[in-house]
Design a protein. Structure first.
Lengths: 295, 248
């Protein structure tokens, strides 16, 4: 048959086949943010920054205070912003992750408890904190927690940043709880049976056989949540906690609030978070793919 | 009730078991004496595996009775762990613990469950590894072993508990034809040493050779049973004859 350009389509085989539509492939799987971050080329923030840096120069070229001065100001503030600001964000994220992981592991194990009330209670708390907006949780912790506690007769003031750590650890706890539950359920039931028929107690089955097989498969989702948490720490600036964003704003105020300062200062914050989270995201996705093939 | 050697070591009486509406076992009875080897054969879905999984309490039963060493298995007061110390089980899919080496797989239960001395157990575990002809594979992880080797580790793992009865649930069904033999050789040695074995198998030649008694199940009932010689030569039930004609 003569081929008509633009009209003839390549042969598709004998019969039309309707492929099964896999719903799960189209549902976001919790790695959306990390996968997006990991898929960016490493130079993307520099591209954004350079475009943004040139931009204000055009309308404001006549002004006395230019981009050059703004970057000069950033240069002076940079050590302070990194040391007192960004490292504090890292500290908050590490502490919140540590608390969230320990509490989440316990909650996750409670979700597979043999006792129904424990299971239901753990499920409820997991769902409650997993589905609440992080900012709401932060405010609740900030407002509901006392600002002072009495310890051994002496009253100790709880700094706001400690409350911030607790507030951020709540959604982490709930999500780690789901990670633990999912990992335990992903171990084939045959492993339970094999261990049970060797007269292992339930506790022995869980701690000697099932959980050791879970650590590896829990690592990518755990890192995923750490990356998300690290990127969420600027939420603390809304509570007045003196982390990177709060300090950047204060620094700009000290520099007379020139609008030209906005792009360099917040761009710098963006860059710091990118430098910190990008390798974590890349590594997470790498591990996720590596382990996914093996399981 | 105490058990003496003249009583059956495993006694199954009129056992009924259903999964929802599906009745899998419809009144099965059989007896196994100490040192006996029995093979349960039959078409897929006839309830063979379910039956032996009931013997160590992995499955519940609806009615009837199963006793092991005189103990009722489905007595709610029974300590299932005590029962499982006496009954070893080997699965079709080996089910080794993938995060432990072969030797650790064998040592785990005696050390953790029986609280035996680790050094002593290690000596015994190495001897068991040699017995199943896996000398030199002690440090290998299950993923590095072939199916037949994994299955022999699984047998050694069960034997390490010094069970009184061994259950084999289609242990060669997932293996390559070449490796089936090495597993069967191991089981035959066990049988010759006087271990009480209950096997669910599709290996007719093997069943004929090692079994003291053969049970044929179909659709949840035992259709026919007898010693291998008479069972294979003079099967009387048409269902048995049809099954054997397809297999042999």
């Amino acid at each position: 048959m003569r081929r008509i350009p633009g009209v003839t389509v390549p042969a598709r085989g004998g019969m039309a086949v309707l492929k099964p539509f896999d719903v799960h492939r189209h549902v976001p799987d919790g790695y959306v943010m990390t996968r997006w971050l990991a898929s960016l080329p490493w130079w993307s923030p520099f591209l954004v920054l350079s475009v943004m840096a040139i931009w204000p120069q055009i309308p404001l070229a006549q002004g006395r205070y230019g981009t050059g001065e703004a970057f000069g100001a950033l240069w002076r503030w940079m050590p302070f912003l990194i040391k007192s600001g960004f490292l504090f964000n890292v500290l908050i994220s590490v502490l919140a992750m540590a608390i969230g992981t320990v509490a989440g592991a316990m909650l996750g194990l409670a979700q597979i408890s043999l006792y129904r009330p424990v299971r239901v209670f753990a499920w409820f708390f997991t769902q409650l904190f997993r589905n609440s907006p992080w900012l709401v949780l932060l405010f609740i912790v900030l407002l509901a927690f006392p600002f002072e506690v009495t310890l051994f007769g002496a009253s100790v003031r709880i700094p706001d940043w400690v409350k911030g750590v607790f507030g951020l650890s709540l959604p982490i706890m709930a999500n780690i709880s789901e990670v633990v539950r999912g990992a335990v359920l992903s171990v084939p039931s045959a492993q339970w049976e094999a261990a049970e028929s060797l007269a292992f107690t339930r506790r022995q089955v869980l701690w000697q056989v099932i959980l050791p097989q879970c650590y590896k498969r829990m690592l990518p989702p755990w890192m995923n949540w750490y990356a998300i948490l690290a990127m969420a720490t600027p939420l603390c600036s809304l509570l007045g906690i003196e982390e990177l964003i709060t300090l950047s704003r204060q620094a700009m105020e000290a520099e007379d609030n020139h609008p030209e300062l906005l792009v360099p200062f917040f761009g710098f914050a963006l860059l710091l978070f990118f430098i910190y989270c990008y390798p974590i995201a890349r590594w997470t996705i790498h591990l996720e793919r590596k382990f996914a093939v093996k399981l | 009730m105490t058990w003496t050697a003249d009583q059956p070591i495993v006694s199954i009486q009129d056992v009924h078991k259903s999964f929802g509406d599906l009745e899998v076992l419809k009144g099965v009875s059989l007896q196994v004496m100490k040192g006996e080897v029995i093979c349960i054969i039959g078409p897929s879905g006839s309830g063979k595996s379910t039956l032996i999984r009931c013997v160590n309490g992995l499955n519940d039963i609806q009615s009837g009775s199963i006793t092991v060493l005189g103990q009722e298995v489905h007595d709610p007061k029974l300590d299932k762990l005590e029962l499982r110390k006496k009954v070893g089980m080997v699965f079709q899919q080996y089910n080794l613990f993938p995060h432990k080496t072969a030797l650790e797989n064998v040592m785990m239960a005696p050390v953790l469950v029986l609280k035996q001395n680790k050094r002593e157990v290690e000596g015994r575990a190495r001897a068991l590894m040699a017995k199943v002809r896996l000398h030199g594979k002690e440090g290998s992880y299950p993923g590095e072993l072939s199916g037949g080797q994994q299955q022999r580790v699984a047998i050694a793992r069960s034997l390490a508990m010094n069970p009184d009865v061994m259950l084999f649930d289609e242990v060669t069904a997932a293996l390559d034809p070449e490796t089936v033999k090495e597993v069967l050789v191991t089981i035959r040695e066990l049988a010759e040493e006087g271990m009480t074995c209950i096997l669910v198998t599709h290996e007719m030649g093997f069943a004929r050779e090692v079994a003291d008694h053969i049970y044929f199940t179909d659709r949840g009932v035992i259709v026919e049973h007898g010693p291998p010689a008479t069972f294979f030569e003079e099967a009387s039930d048409p269902r048995t004859r049809e099954f054997l004609s397809q297999i042999l």
